[in-house]
Design a protein. Structure first.
Length: 149
């Protein structure tokens, strides 16, 4: 996978740009890009080069923030939509109000958010299914929304 020229010019080291592109295949969007990195040692991430040293590197160069206890997004109503590579997935939570969604251990910095939009990261169907299965085990109900033609 070759990094986008704009991304290479923004991230000085080619290896860092490639690492960031690899991270971006794990990004869902809900108002902003959200990399869903749940279990850092899971093969779904490590086989694509995303592990603790990689995340430390991306944090060091200012593209992500990393928190061992993780992040959550709060104050969801009964339903929300998240997008993976432009495809919407509707989530129905258990409660009418006051719901939250586990985001994992990584958030993008403002600089990282800007670069994520030009990363041209590949879609990862296996990761999509991994996230859907994880949400299902939490009792959430998901449905795909077909785009109108």
């Amino acid at each position: 996978m070759l990094p986008d020229k704009a991304l290479i010019s923004s991230v000085p080291e080619k290896e860092d740009a490639e690492l960031f592109i690899s991270l971006c295949q794990f990004v869902w969007v809900q108002g902003e890009p959200l990399p869903l990195i749940y279990e850092i040692k899971d093969e779904i991430y490590t086989k694509h080069g995303i592990n603790l040293p990689a995340l430390v590197r991306l944090k060091t160069i200012g593209l992500i923030s990393w928190e061992s206890v993780g992040y959550v997004k709060k104050r969801f109503g009964r339903h929300t939509r998240l997008f993976y590579h432009g495809n919407p997935t509707k989530i129905r939570f258990l409660l009418e109000t006051g719901n939250q969604l586990d985001l994992g251990h990584v958030l993008l910095t403002d600089f990282g958010k800007g670069l994520a939009s030009i990363s041209h990261a590949p879609r990862n169907q296996e990761f999509y299914e991994y996230v859907i299965e994880r949400w299902f085990r939490q009792g959430l109900v998901m449905s795909s929304i077909l785009k109108s033609r």
